[in-house]
Write a protein that binds this ligand. Structure first.
Ligand code: SF4
Length: 259
């Protein structure tokens, strides 16, 4: 899969219209995974929280979880990269079930390349889009061996040209494996950011750029994980758990749940 391209600029009006129709605002095509996020944006508060409130929100996230961790299993930067590539449109749990046995026999680009596409496909066939993903995992392993001495490059540009690696995957790998304070935006973070709102944006790329600009520096490294975990377990898509939310008094979402 080629690197994800930056979406064409869209107007807020066009985005709201697309959201109502359940379309991808950038392409106009139906996009199932992004539909709930855009819908959440459509009924969010009109203005984002101020900088003092933003800092207090992250202070509380940090107080509750000083060292937040993702839920994908990996043993080194290469297996992290593979796990994130496999996780597109799949659950972390489903990916972990497949990668446990896979990483037991191949946890380096060299061993993954030696395993070959057909064997890799057998390990990951329970994951959606497994044919394409198996092809990408072997192809990216070949590039790492031939062009990077078997190492995962700590560079957005070098990561983004790998098969199956877009800006979001590259940002996640840079953040977790190399401690780069990037805030990759998935459907959870997109929803949470537009709902509270931390930063209001019509595409994941815009929200990522916005959050990276406004999240106070001491919180930027872990912001990705705090926001994903908050969206996954508290600020859920269909029914956010507002009564037990640690930032409910700071959140401006007009449709908070009461029970
Ligand atoms: S109060 Fe509700 S809508 Fe606001 S962040 Fe918490 S769970 Fe989400």
């Amino acid at each position: 899969m080629p690197a994800r391209k930056t979406p064409s600029p869209v107007t807020d009006r066009a985005a709201r219209g697309a959201a109502r129709r359940g379309e991808n605002a950038a392409t106009g095509r139906l996009a199932g995974s992004i539909r709930p996020a855009l819908t959440a944006h459509a009924d969010a508060a009109p203005e984002a929280v101020d900088s003092a409130t933003l800092a207090e929100i992250f202070r509380r996230f940090q107080e509750a979880e000083p060292e937040p961790k993702g839920e994908l299993h990996y043993v080194n930067p290469f297996t992290l990269l593979v796990a994130v590539v496999l996780s597109a449109q799949a659950t972390d749990r489903g990916v972990n079930l497949a990668t446990g046995p896979l990483f037991a026999v191949a946890d380096t680009p060299e061993t993954m390349l030696a395993l070959g596409e057909e064997r890799v496909r057998d390990f990951v066939r329970t994951i959606g889009l497994f044919n394409t993903k198996a092809k990408n995992v072997v192809a990216l392993s070949r590039i790492l061996v031939e062009q990077h001495g078997g190492a995962v490059p700590a560079s957005l540009e070098a990561l983004q040209v790998l098969p199956g690696v877009g800006a979001k995957t590259a940002s996640v790998v840079l953040n977790i494996a190399f401690g780069v304070p990037r805030i990759a935006v998935d459907t959870h973070i997109f929803r949470v950011s537009n709902r509270i709102p931390l930063f209001i944006g019509t595409t994941t790329d815009k929200v990522q750029a916005g959050l990276e600009a406004i999240v106070p520096e001491p919180y930027r490294l872990h912001a990705h994980h705090w926001l994903i975990l908050h969206g996954r377990y508290t600020c859920k898509a269909r029914k956010p758990e507002c009564p037990r939310c640690r930032i409910a008094d700071l959140c401006r979402y007009p449709s908070k749940t009461t029970a």
